[in-house]
Every structure is written in structure tokens, then in C-alpha cells.
Design a binder for this molecule. Structure first.
Ligand code: NCD
Length: 359
């Protein structure tokens, strides 16, 4: 069975195939209206969402299928103490495919070990959000006609912004893309994302004004308040980057401005009327690409999961102590680390690092 936990679960060829299907759905939606007749999608949202959940639900309805699920953990047996693996095992008896969002990193990875049906990660903590990436890629493709040889600026919260981690994981596999990382030092990319980038692929830049003229795509992000340890830490960085009409003047004529939304105040409303503002088009594309993804995964239910860890790289005697990791609240889960480099290892659920050998 195939699942989508992170963008790397898809080959570039498969990403292109999903985007192609989405574009075909846009051209002839009627041809897809019955493709999921008699099937059910479960949307299990342990963390708030507007666009992702509703676009998944709209997608399944437009394919002729039906939807069940919950939109907050408080409306599920989580409040009685049920674990994620148990909830998933149960729901997978009722649904043909599951889209889930959880505040802790690694929750969908645990889910797939218990599920009888495909799992789609609709956001796990500050970790990954691969279906937003498909949305972003479809938008870039429709606006620019290509996914390669682009200079893409990521601005704002690159540390906790899961949409950034997933989009980078995809765009770096297309030829000739360059990245400009626009953020304060404290909100830079986590090590597991940064290490994937080759030195020639990116530059860091603390000024949005300086970066603007270089960019083909500007990917703005919200500072992820809910992931900060204290209000003071959040206040220190929350208003550092604001895109307004004056800054837009510094951008190329064919710049494409994206934002996964919701925005707080990092893009002023006055930018919305600029034809280069594409974030509301992005919202619409999200539904089509999720339709294409549902079809893709349902068609591959009998294939083996593409996710593989080399057995010799796995370590079973270490314990992850991060509170943002699913292992911190799910007792029955075995802690597993994978070796990275000579003397480091990383939790396979949340990617927190530890030295391989204690000093
Ligand atoms: C994003 C998310 O949930 O990570 N929103 C979305 O899914 N469209 C971005 C955010 O919350 O800032």
C-alpha cells in the first residue's frame, strides 16, 4: 500500500503525474465525477485547519465519494485517552483512505504501521506537509509553466514552517532551482532540511528588500505562534517581514507570490489586488491536486510502500525526549533512530538529533 507521509515518498515522475491529473481535472471535471463512488475518505484532524480539511472533503465529494471524520481532537476519543495507533486502526475499518493532521511530528508515520488503508499526512507538527507542497507545485506550474530553473525565496518562519520543509524537499529535485532563505538566524531551517541542500543551491539573506529583485517565486509564511516555547520568543520575531505594495515594487514583473495561508499580517491586504499575488489561486488548486492524489493512492493500494529505511542504519536503544515528537505521548511506540553521518543519529519520527555514541 502506498502512503504520503513526506514529499520524498513520491518520485519526481509521480509528482509530475499527479500534477498532470490535477490539470486534467481542471479541464474536464465531469470526467472524474464518479471515480470514487461508494468510497469514503476519513479526515482526522487532531489540530485546527480550514483549507486543508475542507479541500480534502470537497475533493472527495467532487470525485463522487463520501467523507467522515472529526475536525478537532476534542471531538474524538483522544480526550478519553485513546492513542493515535488505536484511533487509526479503528477508523481504517470504516474508510478507504485517511487524511490526518496532528500537532506532533511523526504521528502519520506511526499511523501507517496500524492502518489498513492509505494514510495521507495533512501536516504533522512543525515537520512536513506534503499535500500543501503538491498545491504549491501545481500553482507554480500553472503560473510559470515549469518547476525547474527558478529562484525561490522562502520568507518568515523556516524553522517551524512545515510547508517550507516539504516544498524544499520537492523543488530541490528539479534541475537548476536556487533558493533564497529570508529569515532571522533563530528561524532558520532545521538541520534535517538544511543538510539536504547543496551549498551552491541556496543563499541566506536577512533582508526581504535585498532578496526581492532576484526572485521568480516568493513563498511567504506565517510565524508559527503555536510552536514557540514562550510568547516573548514569538513577539521578538513576529513582525520582522511584511510584504506590502512598496516592497512589491522591488520584485520582477512576473514574480509569483505564494503563501500557504492563513496569513496574520505578513502580507498586507493591499497586495491582494496585485496580479502577482497568487495565494488565493493556490487555495483553489489545493482541491484539484488532492483529488488527483486520492486517485493516485487508491489506484496503488496493492503496491508496496515506497518508504524504506536501510535496516543496518536503524538504532533501537535510544530514547527521543522531545515533547513535539509523537513518541512522547504514545507509550506503545518503539523509539527508533537512524544513523546520519559518522557520529549522529536522528529520531525517525521527529528528526531530533542525538550523538551516536555518548561522550
Ligand atoms: C499551513 C499549515 O497548516 O502548516 N496552512 C495550510 O495547511 N494551508 C500554514 C500555516 O498554518 O501557517
Amino acid at each position: 500500500m502506498r502512503n504520503l507521509i513526506q514529499t520524498a515518498d513520491l518520485t519526481v515522475g509521480e509528482i509530475d503525474e499527479i500534477l498532470k491529473t490535477a490539470e486534467d481535472i481542471i479541464r474536464q471535471p465531469g470526467a472524474y465525477a464518479d471515480r470514487c463512488r461508494g468510497m469514503k475518505l476519513a479526515t482526522l484532524f487532531f489540530e485546527p485547519s480550514t483549507r486543508t480539511r475542507l479541500s480534502f472533503e470537497a475533493a472527495m465529494y467532487e470525485l463522487g465519494g463520501q467523507v467522515l471524520g472529526f475536525s478537532s481532537a476534542t471531538a474524538s476519543s483522544t480526550v478519553k485517552g485513546e492513542s493515535v495507533p488505536d484511533t487509526i486502526r479503528v477508523v481504517s475499518c470504516y474508510a478507504d483512505i485517511i487524511a490526518m493532521r496532528h500537532p506532533q511530528a511523526g504521528a502519520p508515520m506511526i499511523a501507517l504501521t496500524k492502518s489498513l488503508v492509505p494514510i495521507i499526512n495533512a501536516g504533522d507538527g512543525g515537520h512536513y506537509h506534503p499535500t500543501q507542497t503538491l498545491t504549491d507545485l501545481l500553482t507554480i506550474h500553472r503560473e510559470k509553466g515549469r518547476l525547474d530553473h527558478l529562484t525561490v525565496g522562502f520568507c518568515g518562519d523556516l524553522k517551524y514552517g512545515r510547508t517550507v520543509h516539504s516544498l524544499l524537499e520537492a523543488l530541490r529535485r528539479y534541475e537548476g532551482n536556487k533558493f533564497v532563505l529570508i529569515c532571522p538566524e533563530s528561524l532558520n531551517l532545521p538541520a534535517y532540511v538544511m543538510e539536504e541542500l547543496e551549498e551552491h543551491e541556496y543563499v541566506c539573506c536577512s533582508s526581504l528588500e535585498e532578496a526581492m529583485p532576484m526572485l521568480d517565486i516568493l513563498y511567504m509564511t506565517r510565524v508559527q505562534k503555536e510552536r514557540f516555547k514562550s510568547e516573548a520568543d514569538y513577539d521578538a520575531v513576529k513582525d520582522l517581514y511584511i510584504l506590502d505594495p512598496d516592497r512589491m515594487k522591488l520584485g520582477k514583473k512576473d514574480l509569483c507570490v505564494l503563501h500557504p495561508l492563513p496569513r496574520v499580517n505578513e502580507i498586507s491586504v493591499a497586495v491582494d489586488d496585485d496580479p502577482r499575488a497568487c495565494y488565493f489561486k493556490q487555495v483553489e488548486n489545493g482541491k484539484y491536486v488532492r483529488m488527483a492524489l486520492i486517485l493516485f493512492l487508491l489506484a496503488r493500494r496493492r503496491e508496496n510502500d515506497s518508504r524504506r529505511f536501510a535496516k543496518e542504519d536503524l538504532i533501537y536503544h535510544k530514547v527521543c525526549t522531545k515533547s513535539n515528537c509523537i513518541t512522547s505521548t504514545t507509550q506503545e511506540v518503539q523509539h527508533i533512530f537512524k544513523k546520519v553521518g559518522k557520529n549522529r543519529c536522528r529520531c525517525i519520527y521527529c528528526e531530533a538529533e542525538q550523538p551516536l555514541f555518548e561522550q
